[in-house]
Each structure stands twice: as structure tokens, then as C-alpha cells.
Design a protein around this ligand. Structure first.
Ligand SMILES: Nc1ncnc2c1ncn2[C@@H]1O[C@H](COP(=O)(O)OP(=O)(O)O)[C@@H](O)[C@H]1O
Ligand SMILES: [Mg+2]
Length: 236
């Protein structure tokens, strides 16, 4: 069943239109990538879903129209957003960040067991449990941002450039853990990346954006096999 559907979505910053018609579909438990160069409209697509920018077209989640809902309403229906630049709370400890992520939940036992699970998934965070967000490395902050979003137990995780600014080995660690999270939880994901290699190792299908519209959509294997994708996004 389709969980999230975008059909011909447009988006605007003030009077300036930056999405010209983006369509994509995330099945329940599926993972879909959004690839594309800097400025293509990847982040804006996520912002259209979360209600941060004004959007046109059709955006449905679980069959319901969510276009124009406020960000907190979108979060409450089960969509968690890990924004570009991570958005962890630097004045709070790892422990406090994880608890903030769970603020809408009442199942105390579930919260405790999810924290344990995430500290096992991200051993770095276990070591840094009492440290402030500001004291963490870039990779640790990214792990914390993902873990905090998961603490809301969303049905869909929106991930924006989880590899940005990280050393290649750190970025790979982060993606390995996200892949395990996906396999073990069955959570659906919409994954924005400039690093197509990492993204295609995680998602089932992906779409390529160019100046605010889809130009190509296919399975990860199909996209890896295309010369133009290899040249533009896979380093050869
Ligand atoms: N806050 C903003 N105000 C005006 N224009 C913006 C804003 N954020 C992004 N843009 C413009 O929207 C376009 C798409 O940006 P963005 O979605 O951030 O691209 P990507 O995430 O693919 O790099 C770019 O041309 C960018 O300059
Ligand atoms: Mg972006």
C-alpha cells in the first residue's frame, strides 16, 4: 500500500516558484531516494511535505490529503524530519535529545526499550550519553538526529543529506546504521542525498530532480546501470 504520494507538487518561497511538478510515491515500509545536484529542489520537496513551504499539487499520507497542514500536525500524524544540518539540540545531552524526540508518546516502557535499542544501534551515542549535543562530532550529531527522530516512532522518516560534511568512513557508518534501522523496524523512508552511492545502497527506488522536477525514476539497480547517472552522481 502507498504511504506517501506526491503528484505534480509545486512549491514557492514567497513569489518564487522552485518546484515545478514533483511526483513520487513511498510504499508502506519502502525507502525512496531523491537525488540531484545542489539547488535541484530536494530539501524543498521535504519542506513541502512537512508544511514548511507553500505547496501546490497533491500530497497524501495514508490516503489523506496533508498538503497545507502545519509542521506540528504533520509530525503528529507520523512523519519525522531529520533536516539538513541535523537539527539536534546542542544545549541538551544525548539522553535529553532522545527524550525530546519521544515527547508525544506515553508508553514509558516502549520509550525505555527504544532508547536501549538506539544506543545499541549507535554505540557512539552510548559512550556520549551524558554529553551535550554541542560536544559531539559531526557524525555523532547526525546519528543523534536520526535516533531522536526515530524516538517519535514515526511511520515515515524524511532524511536530508545525512552524509553532508562527514568523512567518507563516517558517512558509511551512519548509512550502515540507517540500513539496519530500516531492516529491523520496517519504517518507511524518503532519503535526500547528493551522495548517490550511499543513497542507492539504502533505498529501493529513487528519483532524480533537476531544477524542481523529476527527470528520471527507477530502481536502485536501474539507476546504477545508467551512464548518465554514473557520470553525474556516481563519480564515473
Ligand atoms: N529560503 C529560501 N528562499 C528562497 N529561495 C530558496 C530558499 N531555500 C532554497 N531556495 C532556492 O530553491 C531552490 C531549491 O533549493 P533546495 O530545495 O534547497 O535544493 P537542494 O536541497 O536540492 O540543494 C534553489 O534555487 C534555492 O536557491
Ligand atoms: Mg538540500
Amino acid at each position: 500500500m502507498t504511504l506517501l504520494e506526491l503528484e505534480d507538487v509545486t512549491a514557492f518561497y514567497g513569489p518564487v516558484q522552485v518546484l515545478e511538478g514533483v511526483s513520487l510515491s513511498v510504499p508502506e515500509g519502502g525507502a525512496v531516494g531523491i537525488l540531484g545536484a545542489n539547488g535541484a529542489g530536494k530539501t524543498t520537496t521535504l519542506r513541502a511535505i512537512t508544511g514548511v513551504v507553500r505547496a501546490g499539487g497533491k500530497i497524501t499520507f495514508d490516503g489523506k490529503d496533508i498538503r497545507g497542514k502545519r509542521p506540528e500536525q504533520v509530525a503528529a500524524i507520523g512523519i519525522a524530519h531529520v533536516p539538513e544540518g541535523r537539527g539536534t539540540l546542542s544545549d541538551l545531552t544525548v539522553r535529553e535529545n532522545l527524550r525530546v524526540g519521544a515527547y508525544l508518546r506515553k508508553d514509558r516502557k516502549g520509550i525505555e526499550s527504544d532508547i536501549e535499542y538506539l544506543l545499541d544501534l549507535f554505540p557512539n551515542l552510548k559512550e556520549r550519553y551524558r554529553s551535550h549535543g554541542s560536544a559531539l562530532s559531526g557524525g555523532e550529531q547526525q546519528m543523534l538526529a536520526v535516533a531522536r527522530a526515530f524516538m517519535a516512532r514515526p511511520r515515515l522518516l524524511l532524511l536530508d543529506e545525512a552524509s553532508l560534511g562527514l568523512a567518507p568512513s563516517t558517512a558509511k557508518n551512519v548509512y550502515d546504521a540507517i540500513r539496519r534501522l530500516r531492516a529491523e523496524s520496517g519504517i518507511a523512508m524518503l532519503v535526500v542525498e547528493q551522495n548517490a552511492n550511499l543513497a542507492l545502497g539504502l533505498v529501493d527506488t529513487a528519483t532524480v530532480l533537476e531544477v524542481g522536477r523529476n527527470v528520471l525514476t527507477g530502481t536502485s539497480a536501474e539507476l546504477r546501470g545508467m551512464d548518465e547517472i554514473r557520470r553525474a552522481y556516481l563519480g564515473g
